[in-house]
Design a protein around this ligand. Sequence first.
Ligand code: RFL
Ligand code: PHB
Length: 391
Amino acid sequence: MRTRVGIIGAGPAGLLLSHLLHRQGIDTVVLELRTREHVEQRQRAGILEHGTVEVLRASGAGARMDRQGIPHRGVELRFDRRSHRIDLAAGSGGRSVMVYAQTEVVKDLIALREQAGGAVLFEAEALSVGGTDTTAPAIRYRHEGAEHTLDCDVVVACDGFHGVGRRSVPEGVLTVSERTYPFAWLGILADVPPSCDELIYARHERGFALHSMRSPHVSRLYLQVDPSDSTDNWPDERIWDELDARFETDGDWKLGRGPITEKGITPMRSFVAEPMRHGRLFLAGDAAHIVPPTGAKGLNLAVADVTLLARALTQWHTHQDETLLDAYSETALRRVWRAEHFSYTMTGLLHTDPAATEFDRRLQLSHLRYLTSSDAASASLAENYTGLPVV
Ligand code: RFL
Ligand code: PHB
């Protein structure tokens, strides 16, 4: 098989890239390890930045998002048993975010690719990428029990943190910067209307908690837990009691309970591999970088990467001009590092570190009070949370 752009991974990065290139008349093949059902049901992100919303809309992938997504113009920071609203719109020149689940973005993109007759092969495992420093790179993959080769002009690895793309880059080419955290998130989905209109990020001595949502009927909630913890230790009753304790306020706010339909624990990590290119192999999304989820940036970075890449590949395809392709890694990494810093800061601001001293704790509270009492500080949070312009 042969295509212009071989894409590994049908997460948001791979699917959106395939869709954007199709709109420019550029042929792609997407290889995806898992089944379509798995990719469409996997619970992940929920917050789309202003720029992500605009990219999806402009590419014709935003119709259902505009009907079913919930725009949010503020978030709440809760600490010291009190609520503090950050006005996202006021602090960012009118920008807002959209609550619209990654599962739905992925379903919309797969449907669009399907309608256009695009090649998305599910249960096709990329095994390796060869010839990356030639003009004829190729992906070796396994599909329906047999091994095949996909010959390409360019390969884009959108295959997430554990994918094969980054591992196909020769030793010594990539510089990796990384940090792990002594926390993980226990996430649940529950069939209960959200107990808030806007997201609540709560800092509590017992640990961080987050109240998010998926729809007017479904809540998404997270608890900071130890990375070695297991969902077996968290029967439903214990989860709700712990959420109650961490969200407690002096007011009369109450968390509604309902049947929990899904539970999972996610470790937290910061990771950047650079440059995001080796010859004719490009890295995009989680394949190149990971952020802890506290800043809600992972999906948005993936969208920004492939938006840049689609533009650069289009310029190359139509004008044989490689300027934007050559600039891709550096341009993308500027935004990546801003998001790394923001996500790291939000994580440190809100979590309870078992090794923290009283001094650390007092700094954390002082930072929270500053963010919620200074217009300049809350505008900075709003600017980062709603996101920088994509291109
Ligand atoms: P993905 O979504 O991981 O997709 C990679 C795809 O590649 C496939 N694959 C392979 N295919 C073929 N051959 C191989 N050898 C392959 N190896 C892997 C995989 O099956 C998969 O389908 O990466 P992509 O597209 O870069 O997208 C990144 C986002 O998924 C990720 O950054 C976000 O989900 C992170 N994230 C959040 N991001 C936000 O912007 N806002 C949020 O609110 C937010 N919340 C979250 C999150 C991630 C979470 N978890 C579970 C990690 C909350 C959580 C709990
Ligand atoms: C989510 O809704 O899953 C979500 C929201 C905000 C975050 C992380 C995850 O910071």
